[in-house]
Design a binder for this molecule. Structure first.
Ligand SMILES: Cc1ncc(COP(=O)(O)O)c(C=O)c1O
Length: 393
């Protein structure tokens, strides 16, 4: 399996920090905030009460699954039976569970050309054939593009697509599908027997100019939705997430969960339950307000640097930039140079683009989920370096 490049950059940055170098972190999608205070209090209370926090049912504790179901009703107006909710070890284990339950070796599964790298890496490791699909000018995979791939495969006698996986808001672009676009993808998938795996991990993190984040569950009973407490709930290291399975896959996913993981960490399940309570909301919305401010800092700095080839980031906490116009042809070397010369850590596009497309070599991702002052300092450093770079380019 190829490495997850952003984690390589994180390791390099940490090594430099250990040597005493100041690093400006614009690389990793890890909120700098802690889990919500209510979540921390719930775990402390459980520990103080002497609760052994032992194994739970593989699909998670009932109160947590019910609270997740309630969240779908409150946020999206969708009734989701708690029986279809499976608690997972972050969305990452949700991918493995879903792909193992739904796909066989040799199946063809589509992902957008530009997407979260672990989809491709996990699918390929499981022997699934990954089919990268072209996106539109805004990095969106639309129903029309999916249909044209379905038809082209039919015409040329290729095996039909068995699945599609994408995220909205997306990583690395922050691009969001409108509710109608999600509806269109759901309909096309359902009509063609394609399992739509909708990664909704960045739901809750979207900005004033964004469309409403619709869940695929609003439009399809067949869709499989994967989500996590890592991003909006600011709980990356707690390794806790969930998925909502279609009825036909729910039992298989439960059996896989029992055998592969036994259960998700119990302390994290308790924390997650508290994080879902209305009392935690103001703290979480405060993080989103900070991300919105940070997004502006990055966009303003890029504009001052003359960099305008930027994906429309309506959600998540990333800005994805194409530097091809400025002669950047090796984003890995470019990122390594930045880290080495000025301590700015960012992620090369080769992590996200389909290998061989040549696009990742021109593109970089900036993450803005840190403290506003750190983002400002990092962008200032980058802007100073950029002036010199342009002088020599
Ligand atoms: C789109 C997307 N999906 C899934 C994940 C994995 O998250 P976790 O396993 O922490 O839930 C990430 C992490 O950055 C992501 O960006």
């Amino acid at each position: 399996m190829p490495s997850f490049k952003v984690m390589d950059v994180v390791a390099q940055a940490a090594a430099l920090e250990r040597d005493g170098k100041s690093i400006y972190h614009l690389e990793v999608g890890q909120p700098q905030s802690t889990a919500p205070a209510h979540a921390l209090a719930a775990v402390n209370a459980a520990i103080a009460s002497g609760d052994r926090l032992g194994y739970t049912p593989a699909n998670g504790e009932r109160p947590l699954r019910e609270a997740i179901a309630q969240m779908y009703l409150d946020t999206y107006g969708v009734a989701v039976p708690a029986e279809r909710v499976h608690v997972t070890i972050g969305s990452s284990s949700g991918f493995t569970l879903s792909f193992l339950a739904a796909f066989d070796v040799g199946d063809a599964v589509a992902i957008p050309m530009c997407s979260y790298p672990c989809y491709r890496n996990i699918l390929q490791t499981l022997g699934v054939q990954v089919v990268p699909l072209e996106t539109d000018d805004c990095y969106k995979l639309t129903a029309a593009l999916l249909k044209s791939s379905v038809n082209a495969r039919r015409k040329s006698g290729l095996p039909p697509l068995k699945g599609l996986i994408l995220s909205s808001p997306a990583n690395p672009t922050g691009v969001m599908l409108t509710p109608d676009e999600v509806r269109g993808l759901c309909a096309t998938c359902d009509e063609n027997g394609i399992l739509f795996c909708s990664d909704e991990i960045y739901h809750g993190i979207s900005y004033k100019d964004a469309p409403r984040a619709a869940t695929a569950l609003e439009f399809s009973q067949q869709a499989l939705v994967i989500n996590s407490f890592s991003k909006y709930y600011s709980m990356t290291g707690w390794r806790i997430g969930w998925l909502v399975a279609p009825v036909e896959l729910s039992d298989a996913i439960n059996r896989l969960n029992q055998n592969l993981f036994i259960s998700a960490p119990t302390a994290s399940q308790r924390a997650a339950l508290a994080a879902l309570q209305p009392a935690a909301k103001p703290e979480l919305e405060g993080h989103v307000a900070r991300y919105e401010q940070n997004r502006q800092v990055v966009l303003d700095a890029l504009a001052r640097m003359g960099i305008t080839d930027v994906a429309p980031a309506h959600g998540a906490f990333y800005i994805y930039v194409d530097l091809g116009r400025f002669g950047v042809t090796d984003s890995a070397a470019f990122s390594a140079k930045l880290l080495d010369e000025i301590g700015v850590a960012l992620t090369p596009g080769i992590d996200f683009e389909y290998p061989g497309s040549g696009r990742g070599e021109r593109r970089i991702r900036l993450s803005f989920c840190g403290a506003t002052a750190d983002i400002e300092a990092g962008m200032q450093k980058l802007a100073g370096w950029w002036e010199q770079y342009l002088g020599h380019a």
